[in-house]
Ligand binder design. Structure first.
Ligand SMILES: [Cu+2]
Length: 297
């Protein structure tokens, strides 16, 4: 099989994996072999950094391998080349090949550090959500809103993945990438996620948000995202830490809605959960007991 065919096949399988994401014109075909640009400012900065450094690596590769291949061909033994033993120690060359990589590293570290600082700045968030990983699913708690729920692999995927289920996974929509209850978030709002775990180490990974954070029992890791104002749709992710038998069966779905839609959803869900949790009002005391209490009082 030619390299071209292999790459095309790879592109196809990558396309199948992300076909469930909302269509974004710029990420079709070859672009799907690359990391996604995502739907936040930070995710695009990460993408830009990744591309910048990728091209630096390509340039270094071309120069180093070019010089090596050219030297191998030009100075081969069959052409009567004799090894130059005078370049074993050359201070000037050694200084140059130390300083040049240092300059390249600094040039890469400065923009990377700037983006890292921004990624770590979780201050001034408008909404805080606690994310707890467990074997095998996620729990989402909207802090101060009275809303908590679990998010598991959807029933259709769960049935199809059973050994000998007889269900063809290709007939299941978003196979292994769908959940029963997605994480609902607003766009245009800075959302802070507090990530932890209840049993073993998991990792909350949603590439279109530019987030991949370990969920560690006893620790709270912070991350934040602000989806572009006006962008709505579903984002899909996975647990990215080998966490046990069903590690591959705890996907993440983020449902991004407008601020107004989100507020209405949060209010409704809070009311529903409050009602569900309310104690059943005690039945009215029997008439005779009430009468005797009144008499004795
Ligand atoms: Cu996990």
């Amino acid at each position: 099989m030619t390299i071209r065919k292999t790459l095309a096949r790879l592109a196809l399988s990558a396309a199948a994996g992300v076909a469930t994401l909302p269509a974004r014109a710029e990420e079709s075909g070859w672009a799907q072999l690359n990391m996604p640009r995502g739907v936040t400012d930070i995710s695009r900065k990460i993408y830009a950094l990744h591309m910048e450094i990728f091209w630096v690596c390509v340039a270094i590769g071309v120069v180093v391998f070019g010089a090596m291949i050219w030297s191998l061909i030009r100075y081969r033994k069959s052409r009567g080349a004799i090894a130059d033993t005078t370049l074993v120690h050359n201070t000037r060359v050694e200084v140059v090949w130390t300083i040049v990589p240092v300059i390249i590293l600094i040039a890469m570290a400065v923009p990377a550090a700037r983006t890292l600082v921004e990624i770590e700045d979780t201050s001034k968030s408008a909404l805080d959500i606690k994310v707890t990983g467990f074997q095998w699913g996620w729990e989402y708690e909207y802090l101060d809103a009275g809303v908590t729920y679990y998010s598991h692999l959807d029933r259709a995927s769960d049935a199809a993945r059973e050994l000998g289920s007889g269900i063809d996974p290709t007939t299941v929509p978003h196979y292994l990438l769908n959940v029963d209850r997605p994480l609902v978030v607003p766009n245009g709002v800075k959302v802070r996620v507090l990530i932890t775990a209840a049993d073993v180490i998991h990792s909350w990974w949603v590439k279109d948000l530019g987030i991949k954070k370990d969920a560690i029992p006893g620790f709270v890791n912070e991350a934040w995202f602000k989806v572009d104002d006006g962008w709505t749709g579903l984002l899909r992710g996975n647990c990215a830490e080998l966490c046990g038998r069903d590690h591959g069966f705890m996907p993440i779905v983020v449902d991004v809605r407008s601020k107004a839609d989100f507020d209405a959803w949060l209010k409704n869900t809070a009311a529903e959960q409050k009602q569900a949790a309310a104690p059943i009002p005690p039945a009215a005391p029997p008439a005779t007991a009430a009468a005797s209490a009144a008499a004795s009082g």
